[in-house]
Design a protein around this ligand. Structure first.
Ligand SMILES: [Zn+2]
Length: 241
């Protein structure tokens, strides 16, 4: 059962379309696995569209009241102009959508499943059209970078093979981990598919897995290894970022 959910701030940002693509993908995947959060997103989306609708009515009423003071012909002319403008906008919109279709058909890369260490995983829909790098293996860890072009924000698929672990580390920035398959545990508990875990510099943890796991991760800075031996291996942190 899912115990860890995106914060209400992230859900609101998602509904408003304000999140960076990588984080929006994480929230989208989680909400498809979590009825509670998908219900919450639907509620916020309805609130936003209601606000937009009300704002539109208010501005329309003000606009028409202003016009009412002038002659009837002006109102008719304005309506005619508005309709022409709307037709043009609609035309532009259709042209834009069609143009988008052409581009996406040409460059579409569909990954519906991946195969790693002899195991096949179905990918969530949100990842089907995202380009991924080849897998890089470091011991029991394998990672593939997602090509989302977001500057400092990097996202990966991370697979940890059975009985593998990530050395104890903290984060300079934030780290979001969404568990897609399998399970892992750290000092704070055991995680199951769908769990959305948000960490920052206040957290120090050592994820380990008995059965193996596949995660979607987003981070905006390299991991910082904090314990003895692994301090020497901070380059691994950069590889995982
Ligand atoms: Zn949830």
């Amino acid at each position: 059962m899912i115990k860890h959910h995106p914060s209400s701030k992230l859900l609101a940002g998602y509904a408003a379309g304000e999140l960076p693509a990588s984080i929006a993908i994480g929230v989208s995947i989680h909400s498809h696995m979590c009825p509670q959060c998908s219900g919450e997103i639907e509620k916020i989306t309805n609130q936003i569209s209601e606000q937009l609708f009300n704002a539109e009515i208010t501005s329309k009423t003000v606009y028409e009241d202003e016009q009412f003071d002038t002659s009837l012909f002006n109102i008719r002319d304005n309506h005619a102009n508005n309709e022409a403008a709307m037709d043009m906008e609609f035309g532009n919109m259709i042209a834009a959508i069609t143009a988008d279709d052409e581009i996406s058909e040409q460059s579409m890369v569909r990954n519906t499943s991946i195969s790693i260490r002899g195991k096949c995983f179905e990918l969530p829909n949100a990842l089907n059209n995202v380009r991924m790098s080849n897998w890089l293996n470091i011991g029991k860890l394998s990672r593939s970078s997602l090509n989302l072009d977001e500057g400092a924000i990097h996202s990966h698929l991370l697979h940890i093979d059975a009985d593998g672990e990530v050395p104890t580390h903290t984060h300079k920035g934030f780290e979001i981990t969404l568990l897609l398959d399998g399970s892992f545990e750290d000092e704070m508990g055991t995680y199951h598919p769908g769990d959305f875990i948000e960490l920052n510099g206040e957290h120090n943890h050592q994820p380990r897995t008995k059965e193996g796991c596949l995660c979607y991760t987003v981070a905006d800075d390299a991991l910082q290894f904090t314990e003895g031996f692994h301090k020497l291996f901070n380059p691994i942190g950069s590889l995982l970022y």
